[in-house]
Ligand binder design. Structure first.
Ligand code: NAP
Length: 326
């Protein structure tokens, strides 16, 4: 048994409900390894879960993603060794901690040349972009693709990856400065969607063709506009709700807007079995090696400053990824 500092929630609400506490970490059980965590990735889902929008059972830890060094092996673990560097993105909540036990099947080794910090900044977000551009809608050369919140963590990676696949990517973001960042991340054009005529501006940027696929993680503010920016027979992918939930619509509306497809996917079912998870992770590391995916760290915090990290994201003051260093 050892002790580690870990963010714990005893209630749900604002950033102040996150408490850094010392908790017992037992020896790793069968199939588990103990990871000394060196970098923790913030993801927007952490805010939905901390605030109670996505329910968890209190008391609970928080966070889905971290990188670190394997320090101890439980019974039956054969594919990892003490000293290996590894990262995870779907091992149950509790990543906001100095150390924890993680099922070995949920870990992948970090390739040489990728730092722990970059792995924690990229892994969850790039695994999201991976299924979005390869599976939900397989992006093809010449496609016009619309990415909302394109200066954000997932947004930058998604824009860069779709562009590397040969698409013309139009991005949106909440300010002129963020539009600049979206362009640097791979968007051919970027539109400030705080402007009332942002839909017309997006359609003009596509040369009137509209987008084959719209990746929408903003929802309330963007969703109806996303339907108008989608080309006939195109797809609207609603994969988050940073501005609040999308309005309910009648299915008939999809007909009126051009026989559109609408889907609401999540990264976890796309990586539920170990073989698929490992193959997708390999695809992500290949994309990092080729430069299609780049780590863009916008801010770093200590674990004790976790509330500041959440405030930065909720106040829309962040760009790229936020990492916490225990
Ligand atoms: N379904 C999945 O598999 C999956 C997996 C990972 C992430 N996601 C979703 O992808 C999105 C991006 O995640 P992330 O971790 O990379 O976060 P992020 O993009 O770094 O932060 C969210 C962004 O949403 C935009 N936004 C628009 N309206 C907002 C509002 N009212 N309040 C706060 N932000 C607002 C902000 O950009 P602007 O200021 O430019 O508007 C902000 O930067 C989130 O919605 C998340 O839930 C989904």
């Amino acid at each position: 048994m050892t002790q580690a500092r870990s963010v714990q929630l005893h209630e749900f609400g604002g950033p102040e409900v996150m408490r850094l506490e010392s908790i017992d970490v037992p020896a790793p059980g069968p199939g588990e390894v103990q990871l000394r965590q060196t970098a923790i990735g913030f993801n927007y889902i952490d805010i939905y879960q901390r605030s109670g929008k996505y329910p968890l059972q209190a008391p609970t830890g928080l966070g889905h993603e971290a990188a670190g060094v394997v320090e101890a092996l439980g019974e039956g673990v054969s594919d990892l060794r003490p000293g290996d560097r590894a990262v995870y993105m779907s091992a149950g909540v509790g990543a906001y901690a100095e150390r924890r036990n993680v099922p070995a099947a949920k870990l992948v080794k970090i390739p040489a040349g990728i730092s722990d910090e970059d792995a924690a900044a990229v892994f969850f977000k790039a695994m999201t972009a991976q299924y979005l551009v390869k599976r939900t809608y397989a992006v093809q050369p010449g496609d016009v693709v619309l990415v909302h919140a394109a200066a954000g963590g997932v947004g930058q990676i998604l824009s860069g990856w779709a562009s590397a696949l040969g698409a013309t990517v139009i991005g949106t973001a909440g300010s002129a400065a963020k539009c600049e960042i979206a362009r640097a991340a791979g968007c051919a054009a970027a539109i400030d969607y705080s402007q009332p005529d942002w839909v017309a501006q997006v359609i003009a940027a596509t040369g009137g063709r509209k987008a084959r696929v719209v990746y929408d993680s903003v929802a309330r503010h963007t969703f109806m506009g996303s339907l108008d920016c989608t080309a006939p027979f195109g797809m609207v992918v609603l994969y988050g709700a940073a501005s609040g939930p999308a309005p309910a619509i009648e299915p008939e509306l999809l007909n009126k807007k051009g026989c559109l497809f609408l889907t609401r996917p999540s990264v976890f079912p796309h990586n539920a079995d170990t073989a698929t998870f490992r193959a997708n992770a390999a695809d992500v590391f290949d994309a990092m090696a080729s430069g299609a995916v780049r780590a863009s760290i916008g801010a770093r915090f200590g674990l004790a400053q976790v509330a500041d990290a959440h405030r930065l994201a909720e106040n829309r003051a962040s760009t790229g990824a936020i990492v916490m260093l225990p």
